[in-house]
Structure formats: C-alpha cells, structure tokens
Design a protein around this ligand. Structure first.
Ligand code: SAM
Length: 218
C-alpha cells in the first residue's frame, strides 16, 4: 500500500524520485539508497531535507559519537545512516509499510562492524510510545516530517515523550505552506526553537529545539 497516491504525470522537478536509487557520499562512504516511489510514495525517496540534514551532521555541528539518537519518519534512512557513520547509536523509525526497504537501505550502506549501532523499528507518531524510553535520547532527528496537518498533534506528543530536558531535536524542514509554520508555533509552546541553518539553494531550514523547563509553580 502506497503511503500517498502515486501520480503518473508528476512535475519534471519530481523526476529524480522515479530513479531506482539515489547516490551520495558522506563520511568518506559511498551511500546508495534504493527508491521506490510507486510502491511507497513519500517514504521511499530521498527528500532534500534529508540531504541537507546529513550535510549539517557531517559538518560536526552536534556531537554524535556514542550518543543515543532516534530518527522520526526516516523514509529511506539516509539521515540515520549518516548519524550511525558518525558514531551514534541510532534507532531509525517510520510507519510499518516503510520498514522493509528502510532496513534494506540500512543493511546495504553500513559496514558490517557498524550494523550493531543502527536498528530499524516502527514508530507511528502518537502510537504505542511506551515501546520507547521516555526522555531516553540525546538527539531526535527528523527530515521533512512537518507536512501533514492531521499528524501535527501526534508528532508534538511524540517529541514531548521522547525528549528529556537535555535532548536536542533537529528538524530539517521545507516550509511549503502556512500550516507548516503553524506546527513550529505549536512546538514553541513546549520547546525553545531556533533556526540553526538555512540552505538557500534547496530552501531547507534546520530548526533546533529543546524542551522548555516545566513550570512547577502552583
Ligand atoms: C516527506 S517523507 C520524508 C522521509 C525522509 N525523512 C526524507 O527526508 O527523505 C515523510 C516521512 O514521514 C513518515 N510519516 C508520515 N506520517 C507519519 C506518522 N504518522 N508516523 C510516523 N511516520 C510518518 C512517512 O512515512 C515518510 O517516511
């Protein structure tokens, strides 16, 4: 089942999504990501937000070595793979239909001795969150996951659950519609949010967020 309906007459700008694979070089590794737009839609192609976030991570802007990282809405897994190559222990998550091809991409692109530092598992925002440790991650990553208004409340709930006061969230976003900014406004009610990077060519913003201290006054 496709996660979005497949549109045959798509715009030329989307033609790269119809390639069977996308190739990158990060952390001195050639990365070959299998894509299958017809089968899985948005979850099975590499979005610019993932490329920009991977570049940002490779720049060393956040410490990853030995850190516990969870990626939300990983799609093809590029960001999680790069985080693992940079030394993090990564839990790479998405909805169930995306997991097979996600696992294949992870297995294909990580050297055998690094496979233990990346796991793939289901995380549908807002559902069965107790399967994951509350506040148990140093870093939460998300590339192009702010785009479906009907998921915003569940996505926010998920971020609040996964984050401790010291967890850093990096969201790499294309702001396509006003509603995408509305999510950032929702996020700002519980998180301190700042823009830490902007790629003008790809029009991708990276936002860093950390949970605001809870007001314990009565
Ligand atoms: C635009 S794609 C981005 C994929 C990948 N992060 C990238 O940038 O290449 C959005 C991703 O969010 C996932 N997603 C959408 N709704 C979700 C939900 N309710 N729970 C978990 N993941 C979801 C989709 O399956 C998809 O992989």
């Amino acid at each position: 089942m496709a996660l979005v309906p497949y549109v045959e007459n798509s715009l030329p700008i989307l033609s790269k999504f119809h390639n069977a694979s996308a190739n990158f070089r990060f952390c001195n590794h050639d990365i070959n990501i299998a894509q299958d737009w017809k089968k899985l839609g948005v979850a099975a192609v590499v979005w610019d937000a993932a490329v920009v976030l991977s570049m940002y991570l490779e720049l060393g802007s956040v410490e990853l070595k030995g850190k516990s990282v969870l990626e939300l809405g990983a799609g093809t897994g590029l960001v999680g793979i790069v985080a693992a190559l940079l030394g993090a222990n990564v839990t790479i998550t998405d909805r169930e239909p995306a997991l097979d091809s996600l696992s294949t991409n992870v297995k294909t692109n990580l050297p055998a001795d690094m496979l233990g530092s990346a796991s793939v598992s289901e995380l549908t925002w807002g559902e069965d969150l107790q399967r994951y440790p509350a506040g148990g991650f140093h870093l939460i990553l998300g590339a192009d996951i702010v785009y479906l208004e009907n998921t915003f409340a569940a996505l926010l709930e998920t971020l609040k659950y996964l984050c401790s006061d010291t967890t850093i969230v990096l969201l790499s976003c294309k702001i396509r519609y006003e509603r995408d900014s509305a999510f950032l406004d929702m996020l700002k009610q519980s998180f301190a949010v700042e823009e830490v990077y902007y790629d003008p060519e790809k029009d991708i913003h990276i936002f860093k967020a950390s949970k605001l201290p809870q007001n314990t006054e009565l």
